[in-house]
Design a protein around this ligand. Structure first.
Ligand SMILES: [Zn+2]
Length: 247
């Protein structure tokens, strides 16, 4: 079959890796376009890695300020600070201390992509950071995840890592709003699941630490973003689905 799509709908058919496999990953970097992607996509993996005492760093690319663009109570800088505080709380729950968290503060929805004039300087910034933390495995959003910042995150890290690290991709919006062209093809990646049942509760608590996204905390912006229970249901399983380039 040409362009055959990977079947992610039937989870039972996706191979399941035991929790212990995380020890093979070495030092890990989690790259999240927005505060919350780390917990939604990789919360279980992070908690397991920390349980086995492996180093985990978290890099947040955007400032997250477009989640509630019209709030009077939370103007831009205050919203940014709130989201960063929420991220640190989530990281803490998963076992990652503040020192291992980095914020690049690119404007929300404008994380530099390959067509941006500032792409090369953004790649250089990422390269600097990657060199500093020397991660052996890097988690990034699925390359065609249907959100511009998620695709940009993949492009930036792919360019900066120069194949020096193992790259594992995690889907976020692919579960919700993907068009068929966004779907992974069998000829490009393989899918596998990680058993996170041992740390399921931690992942859920970490997600809920992002209160500005999961509750009415910011109640004065009718256009405010909300991780609804329907969306959260995509991340409520005791496994996490990952994609990885065919080797
Ligand atoms: Zn995101």
């Amino acid at each position: 079959m040409i362009d055959a799509k990977l079947n992610l709908a039937d989870a039972a058919k996706i191979p399941l890796a035991a929790a212990e496999t995380v020890v093979e990953w070495g030092n890990v970097l989690i790259v999240a376009p927005h505060p919350d992607d780390e917990s939604l996509g990789c919360g279980g993996a992070i908690a397991l890695l920390r349980r086995f005492n492996l180093e985990v760093s978290i890099l947040i690319l955007s400032d997250g300020t477009l989640s509630h663009p019209n709030s009077q109570k939370y103007p831009k800088e205050k919203l940014r600070d709130l989201r960063e505080t929420e991220l640190k709380s989530a990281a803490q729950i998963l076992g990652v201390g503040e020192k291992s968290v980095k914020f690049f503060r690119f404007p929300d929805r404008a994380v530099p992509n390959a067509n941006s004039p500032d792409f090369d300087s953004a790649v250089a910034l990422c390269l600097d950071y990657l060199t500093q933390i020397n991660a052996r495995t890097i988690f990034v959003p699925w390359r065609r995840d249907p959100h511009p910042d998620h695709r940009a995150a993949y492009a930036l890290i792919k360019a900066a890592s120069e194949n020096s690290a193992r790259i594992i991709e995690y889907p976020i919006w692919l579960w919700e709003i993907a068009e068929s062209a966004d779907a992974p093809r069998v000829d490009e990646v393989t899918a596998w699941r990680l058993d996170i049942s041992r740390v399921f509760g931690k992942k859920q608590r970490a997600i809920r630490a992002h209160q500005s996204q999961t509750t009415d905390l910011i109640d004065d912006d009718p256009q405010g973003f909300r991780l609804t229970e329907n969306i959260l249901a995509n991340f409520a399983g005791d496994d996490e689905v990952y994609l990885e380039e065919k080797r």
